[in-house]
Structures are given as C-alpha cells and as structure tokens.
Design a protein around this ligand. Structure first.
Ligand SMILES: Cc1ncc(COP(=O)(O)O)c(C=O)c1O
Length: 478
C-alpha cells in the first residue's frame, strides 16, 4: 500500500513539475484519480496528502486539491556531503579549462564562473587608481617589485587584518598573483609529492587543480552546507590516514557559502595541535559576509591559541575589486622566507602598478566604502536567485542558504546529470558549473553551482526559467 501511494505521488509530482498541472489549477478529484489509476480511494488520498506535505499542492475546504504557487515553496538545504573513502589523486579537472574558455563567449549568461559581473566592481575607481599610480610612480611602475611585494600594500593589508583581530606584521605578508598562487605556494612549501591533503567536500576546483599539479592526494572531508568542515569526519580521517595539511575556507566556502561557527574552529585547531596538522586558510570570501560584522579569521584564533605557526593564511582582492588585477596575499610566520623565495623562483614578482593602485584604494578608504555597498548587493543577488530557483526548479531541488559570497550550490533531483545539463544549457547560451568539478572523485553528479552576481535583467530571468525547464525535463526523463 505504502509503495503504491508513493509511486502515485511521484507520478503526479513529475506532472506538476512538467507543467501538465499549472499553479492554481485543480487536480482531478480523489475518486476520479482512484478510478483512472485503478487504486483505492485511500491510496489516492494518501498520495494527495504526501504531495501536500511536500508543498506541491494545497487542499481547499469543500473544493479539492490545487497546485501551489512555487514562490512560496522554500527548497530545503542540500544534505551533508558524502563520506570520502580514501585519499586519492585528483582527476577530471582537465575539462575545466575548456569550460572556462567556452564561458568567455560575450553573449553568454554566466552563472558558471564565480566572478562578479563588472557592474558589481568599482571599475572607475580602479581606473583612477591605476592612472594615478602610473603618473606618480613612473619609475617604480617600470621596475620589479620583488618578493615579498610592495611595502605600502603589505602595510595596508596588515592594518586591515589587525582590524579583524589578526595581529599581522607587514613583513609576514607576501603579495601573490591572486589567491590561486597563494594556495599553490602554501601547499608546495608544506608537502612532498604523494602527501595527503584534507579538503572540504565539495570544494573549490582550483584547489583540486593545485593538489593535482603538485602530485598530492586529496582526502575529501564531508562538509555541512550550513556549518562547514565536518570535524568528526576529519578526526576519523586523521586517525586513519597520514594527513599532512588541511585546506579550509571557514568564511563562506565556495561552493556552499557556509560560515564555520566558533566552536568548530576551536575544535579544528585543537585537532591540528594534537595531530601536528598544518592548516591552510583560504579567506577569499571573508569580506563578503551579509552581516555587518566581518567574521574573524582562523589565523587570528590560532594566534590566540598560541599556534599561529601551524596556519598559513591566503586571500585576494579578486572577488571584491577585480580578478584581473591579480593581487592576492598570504601570511605566515613559520614559512615566510621559504614562501618568498618560492614566489621569486616562480615569477620573480607581481606587477608593480596593480600593487600601487590597490594600496592607494586601501589607504584612501575607497575599498572599505565600496565593500559596504557590495555586501548588500551580493546579499540581494543571492536572495533573488534563491527566490527564482524556488519558482522555476522542480520541487525535489535543494539549495544552500549562503551567509556570504555570491554562489549557490544546488542539488538537483536524483538522476539529473549535471555535466549533460551544463552542455544543454551552453547550447541555450547559459553557463553553469557542474558539480563533479568540485570533487576529486567527480561525485556531485546531480549538483551545480550558480553565481548570483550577474547583471540582473530580463535575459537573466528568462535564462533561469529555461534552466529550470531543462532540469524538469531531465528529471522527468529519468
Ligand atoms: C575559494 C577560492 N579560492 C581561491 C580562488 C582563486 O582566486 P584568485 O582569482 O584570486 O586567484 C577562488 C576563485 O574562484 C576561490 O573561489
């Protein structure tokens, strides 16, 4: 009996998702459904009750069952990411370059790249800062700014970090070409080929690419969509495997957007202390929280706990100012000299002109003023996207509730293949990031990541409807 009403409910749900029954429309009566399907009225009633519980329909007294408006349906958060079996070499990242290149098409609606549309970025102010830098420092702009990088920029960065409770000496700051280079240098200095690196799962694919490039093995640690890295799972992993480093994004991880609570951070550092584990903190989204107060850094907490030597901090201005500036930085007390030397060996220096321009923007307060508006716009963008997903995507879809950043992680109904969906979406002029990219083993086959920081207009609204329809069609086909 239970089986029968379940499959009837499933069948009706997919017809609603497919638009056979529209919002506000009355479903066939219980008696007529029981007759047409050859089931008892009790079974039909049970199926309708299940649909009601799932938010598909509502019952109106003495009138029957009606399809509910989707706007009111809030999709649940995705489940906890799955347990990893063992450390493994990363694979499947080669497709990424193709994806990034195809997503460069100017006509594309870009939900795929975690890059804010330029309308969110202070392009005028950057232009001004660059031309002032050129005018006032013509000689310096033409010269190398060797490791560790421009002193005034390092001073400004150290000042800002101090304001978030992380006491930083400008000499401990190393300027890098974006956060990606910082992650590379951090892992290179802490590991030998073959070493095991624990990562959040799902995680930022650029990190997986670094792990691959350095010949390391990734150990995926289940990560909670609201609270971040699973501490118990990490503890089990540390008891079982020789993990050298753990890379973590406590502030608004990409793709989940979660904020790790204080007690988890303390537990993570305690584990690191017990097991002699190094931590690499990726704080690239730290300035983009939706609350007024900027969340603290893990490095600041490690300082308070007397273990700053075990943490290397990495970040950049790519998500807040412009990715094209390629200005990132890292902070380490224990590995400062090694890191500066490795940076020098790799590419001698980061461009002088962009370092000068960013230093000016920090010094003048322009950056801080821009951030205030940016955080609000991003919070709005994320809420608007969540609302549209609730309207246009089938009911079995789950979405995260990010507390910062500008991406949403979407779990699609079982059986929908994210890679196929990405291909079909691209044919319709829409880019999305398929879930397998965010895992060393290419799991998350029915997940996608969407960037919300797009220039919102009718084309975007239409694109989301199309995407929702593609998902619905794929769910019905399975
Ligand atoms: C979590 C995370 N870390 C690092 C990076 C790389 O940043 P950058 O462009 O500064 O190298 C990104 C970019 O998407 C990211 O999302």
């Amino acid at each position: 009996m239970a089986h029968l009403y379940n499959s009837l409910a499933l069948e009706l749900a997919s017809r609603i998702d497919a638009g056979v029954y529209q919002v506000g429309q009355r479903l066939p009566g219980v008696r007529s459904t029981s007759q047409s399907r050859g089931v008892s009225t009790a079974t039909a009633v049970a199926a309708y009750r299940q649909l009601e519980d799932e938010g598909y329909i509502e019952s109106r007294p003495r009138s029957g069952f009606y399809v509910r408006s989707r706007a009111r349906v809030v999709l649940p958060e995705p489940r906890l990411s799955r347990r990893s079996a063992r450390p493994i070499p990363v694979n499947g990242q080669q497709m990424m370059l193709g994806l990034v290149q195809s997503a460069q098409r100017p006509d594309l609606i870009r939900f795929g790249a975690a890059v804010p549309d330029h309308s969110y970025l202070p392009t005028r102010a950057i232009e001004k800062a660059l031309s002032t830098a050129m005018r006032l420092n013509r000689v310096q702009v033409s010269a190398y700014e060797f490791s560790p990088g421009l002193l005034t920029l390092r001073q400004q960065i150290a000042r800002r970090m101090g304001e978030t409770g992380c006491i930083t000496d400008p000499d401990e700051v190393l300027i890098t070409n974006g956060c990606q280079e910082a992650l590379y240098l951090a892992l290179k200095s802490l590991t030998e080929p073959g070493d095991v690196v624990a990562v959040e799962s799902p995680t930022y694919y650029g990190l997986l690419q670094v792990i691959d490039a350095l010949g390391l093995k990734a150990l995926e640690i289940p990560t909670h969509p609201g609270e971040g890295l699973g501490i118990e799972a990490l503890q089990l992993a540390l008891e079982q495997w020789p993990v050298k480093v753990c890379v973590v994004t406590p502030n608004f991880n990409n793709p989940l957007g979660c904020l790790m609570p204080h007690n988890r951070r303390v537990a993570l550092l305690e584990l690191a202390r017990t097991h002699g584990l190094s931590i690499v903190e990726d704080d690239i989204y730290g300035d983009l929280g939706f609350d007024l107060r900027r969340p603290d850094t893990l490095l600041g907490l490690a300082q308070n706990m007397g273990m700053a030597d075990q943490v290397i901090y990495c970040s950049s201005f790519s998500k807040t100012l412009a990715p094209g500036l390629r200005i990132g930085w890292m902070v380490s007390t224990a590995h400062r000299d090694t890191l500066a030397f490795q940076k020098f060996v790799m590419n001698s220096a980061s461009p002088s002109i962009t370092q000068l321009a960013v230093a000016t923007m920090l010094e003048s307060g322009r950056y801080e003023r821009h951030l205030r508006g940016l955080r609000q716009s991003m919070a709005q963008a994320v809420h608007r996207m969540a609302d549209r997903l609730c309207q246009h995507f089938p009911m079995k879809t789950c979405i995260t509730r990010p507390q910062g950043g500008f991406v949403i992680w979407v779990e699609l109904p079982n059986g929908v293949d994210a890679n196929e969906l990405a291909q079909k979406a691209l044919e319709k002029g829409i880019s999305i990031a398929p879930g397998p990219l965010f895992s060393a083993t290419q799991k998350y086959r029915n997940h996608i990541r969407l960037s919300c920081a797009v220039l919102w207009n009718e084309r975007v609204e239409k694109a989301l409807k199309i995407l929702g329809q593609l998902v619905t069609d794929a769910a019905v086909e399975k």
